[in-house]
Design a protein around this ligand. Structure first.
Ligand code: ZN
Length: 228
C-alpha cells in the first residue's frame, strides 16, 4: 500500500516535470483534526503528510492528491479532473462522518482538562452562566492549571480564550461556592475586557467590583481564601 503510494507520487512527479528525476520522497499518514495534506521540500527531500482519513482511499483519489500537492509545490496548473475527484471523495459521506468522529474523539481529549478529580469546570461555568449571566456567555476553554499554584488562583487568557483555575481548588476540602467565586471572577473578566494600563495583569473597574459583590457568598469565600 505505502510502496504503491510512493510509485504514484514518483509517476505524478514525472508527468509534471518530464526530464527531471524525482527527489527522495517521504510519505506518511498523519492524524490531522481535519482533512489536511501538506508537502514540503527539506534538504532536497520531499516530505508529504497525508491525512489519515485518506488511508485506504481508492488509487484514483491518491493520484489526484499526489497531483494537487506536487502541482502546488512546482507551481503547475492543477488539473480540473483531479481537483474534482479529490473534492468529491472528501465530501463523500464516509469521509465526512470519519472526520466528524475524529474531531469528536480529539474534542473529548481536550474536555478532560476541564474535568478534575472533584469538580468539572465546564459544569461550574454553565451553572454560573445560567444563574448570573442569563446563559448568554459563550464558554471559553476551561482548564485546571498544570501545577497546584497558590500564586495565581485563576486567570483569564484572552489570547487563547481560556479560563485557567489553580488545581488547588480541585479538592473535597474546597467548598463549591469558593470555586464558583473564583470562576465567577474570571467570567467577569470576560464580560469586562481589560483596558491595558501599564503592565498590571488584573485590572478591576468600579463596575467590575460592583458586579463581583453580587455573588451571594462573596464575604465567606474571601474569608476561606485568606485562610489558604
Ligand atoms: Zn481579576
Amino acid at each position: 500500500m505505502r510502496s504503491g503510494l510512493l510509485e504514484i507520487f514518483q509517476e505524478t512527479y514525472s508527468e509534471l516535470r518530464p526530464g527531471y528525476s524525482p527527489p527522495e520522497l517521504k510519505i506518511e499518514f498523519f492524524a490531522f483534526a481535519n482533512v489536511n495534506n501538506t508537502i514540503r521540500l527539506r534538504d532536497g527531500r520531499l516530505l508529504v503528510r497525508l491525512s489519515d482519513l485518506l488511508e485506504g482511499a481508492p488509487e484514483a483519489v491518491l493520484r489526484a492528491i499526489a497531483h494537487i500537492l506536487l502541482a502546488k509545490m512546482y507551481r503547475r496548473p492543477i488539473d480540473r479532473g483531479h481537483a474534482a475527484r479529490y473534492r468529491k471523495y472528501v465530501a463523500s459521506h464516509e469521509i465526512v462522518r470519519k472526520a466528524h468522529l475524529v474531531r469528536q474523539m480529539r474534542g473529548r481529549k481536550r474536555l478532560r482538562l476541564a474535568r478534575g478529580h472533584y469538580y468539572d469546570l465546564d459544569a461550574i461555568f454553565e451553572d454560573l452562566n445560567t444563574r448570573f449571566f442569563h446563559g448568554l456567555m459563550a464558554r471559553p476553554r476551561m482548564s485546571w492549571s498544570q501545577s497546584k499554584t497558590r500564586r495565581i488562583l485563576g486567570h483569564y487568557d484572552p489570547a487563547h480564550n481560556a479560563i485557567i483555575i489553580s488545581r488547588i481548588f480541585d479538592h473535597p476540602a474546597v467548598p463549591r461556592y469558593v470555586l464558583e467565586y473564583i470562576v465567577y471572577h474570571e467570567m467577569l473578566h470576560l464580560k469586562h475586557p481589560v483596558k491595558l494600563r501599564g503592565s498590571r495583569r488584573c485590572v478591576h473597574s468600579a463596575e467590575f467590583e460592583a458586579e463581583e459583590r453580587l455573588f451571594p457568598r462573596a464575604a465567606e469565600a474571601n474569608a476561606f481564601l485568606k485562610r489558604l
